[in-house]
Write a protein that binds this ligand. Structure first.
Ligand code: ADP
Ligand code: MG
Length: 395
């Protein structure tokens, strides 16, 4: 689960991490009032969407950037007006962009240096790892690719947190000195604590700035929580903004299905995450592009599978659907009946390739064969992939 920058900054504030003062606004008038309330000579108006790269991104059809410095209340209102209701396109949103529904009006910060700080879980060592770099405010993926030696890391034990010596070592690599070292130590340890206590999968501060007076401040906050741990964070669930999420993924989540929207044209309905991954692989191997990852799970019932079909067939980009089921816990008859139920309810506007194996496979195939519904039968994975790619290409 992702949250907005202003929410991430609130978590930081509560953890004693320095962030600029800021006020959320939903109208230009509120933005002007926020500017006055902050009282400073300079403020920054920032689009709040669940995507990074806002500073370089623009509102579709205009030159308006997602983050802009303003010096008057009128300016704040003007920028808010240009952002609110617009679709912000950044390197992380795709071409459609994401609609801006609120902006953060924030006190302008006196920036001496922009650094980078991020925490992720490193699967290699099985621990969270803190990364810092002098190359703040930039596209960190690019830094990692082109100048990896400029990224410094420290893995830490979640039970003990980041140790002082680790923080000091990283502060030194960042070229910090004097009081900034202490400030960095305190901030790094606090962000690591936030990461562990909230079961985050990502906590990123880009840029982390050194101010003119040598203080450290988090100027951006990007936090993602591990969905599997949300059951123990009832308070964090309140921060969820479903309007920012993919509507298909939301629907699938409500039905207990694991669904990830992709950009291709072949809908995949599979049981088991491993089989879903290999199905996508083999579709790609034969020249196709999956439009989604969908794992209906081992024990999915007819209603869930029907809902899965509704989601797949409702996607206008889908030109063919591949059903790939290995009946272990799942019975092939359940799938066969769900296919027919979905056919009755939504109808199939695209070719459907079905590969069934496992429990009650003969009965399942018989149900489909006797139904009279137009289905392309496949034997084995390769045959299924070839047939669905051919069907999607012909469409
Ligand atoms: P994004 O990462 O989505 O582009 P940021 O929050 O990192 O958005 O903002 C982009 C840039 O805007 C920052 O790198 C920084 O230079 C500037 N900026 C952001 N917030 C402030 C602020 N409060 N004061 C001064 N400059 C800011
Ligand atoms: Mg940023």
């Amino acid at each position: 689960m992702k949250i907005h920058e202003f929410q991430g900054k609130q978590l930081f504030r509560e953890a004693g991490i320095a962030v600029p003062e800021g006020i959320v606004a939903k109208t230009p008038e509120e933005a002007a009032a926020a500017f006055k309330q902050l009282g400073g000579p300079i403020a920054v108006v920032k689009a709040q969407v669940h995507a990074g790269g806002r500073g370089k991104g623009t509102i579709k059809g205009t030159e308006q950037r997602g983050v802009e410095l303003v010096k008057t209340a009128e300016d704040a209102a003007r920028v808010a007006k240009a952002l609110l209701g617009g679709d912000l396109v950044t390197i992380q949103t795709g071409a459609e962009g994401q609609t801006v529904k609120q902006v953060l009006v924030e006190a302008g910060c006196d920036i001496a240096r922009e650094l980078y700080l991020g925490i992720v879980v490193d699967r290699g060592c099985g621990k969270p790892v803190l990364m810092v770099s002098t190359e703040g405010g930039m596209d960190i993926e690019k830094v990692a690719h082109e100048t990896p030696h400029l990224i410094h890391t420290a893995e830490f034990d979640p039970d003990f947190g980041l140790q002082s010596y680790q923080a000091r070592k990283l502060a030194w690599k960042l070229g910090l000195s004097g009081t900034s070292v202490r400030a960095a130590e305190k901030l790094m340890r606090a962000v690591c604590k936030v990461f562990v206590e909230n079961d985050c999968s990502l906590a990123e501060v880009n840029p982390l700035v050194v101010t003119g007076s040598g203080d450290l401040m988090a100027l951006d906050a990007k936090i993602t929580f591990d969905d599997n741990a949300m059951f123990r964070h009832a308070k964090l669930a309140e921060l969820r903004d479903t309007a920012e999420e993919d509507p298909n993924e939301l629907r699938a989540g409500a039905a207990g299905l694991s669904y990830v929207q992709l950009e291709g044209n072949i809908g995949c309905l599979v049981n088991g995450a491993g089989l879903a991954m290999s199905t996508m692989d083999i579709v790609k191997l034969h020249g196709g592009q999956p439009s989604n990852f969908l794992d209906v799970g081992g024990g999915a019932n007819k209603d869930q599978v029907t809902e899965a079909f509704r989601i797949l067939l409702g996607d206008p980009d889908v030109k063919a659907v591949l059903v790939n089921i290995f009946g272990g816990i799942m019975q092939c008859t359940t799938i066969a009946n769900a296919i027919l139920a979905a056919y009755k309810e939504v109808g199939f506007n695209v070719p459907l390739v079905v590969r069934l194996e496992g429990t009650e496979v003969e009965e399942g195939r018989k149900i489909l064969a006797e139904s009279g519904v137009d289905i392309i039968n496949a034997e084995g994975l390769t045959d299924a992939a070839k047939k669905v790619v051919a069907a999607a290409t012909a469409a």
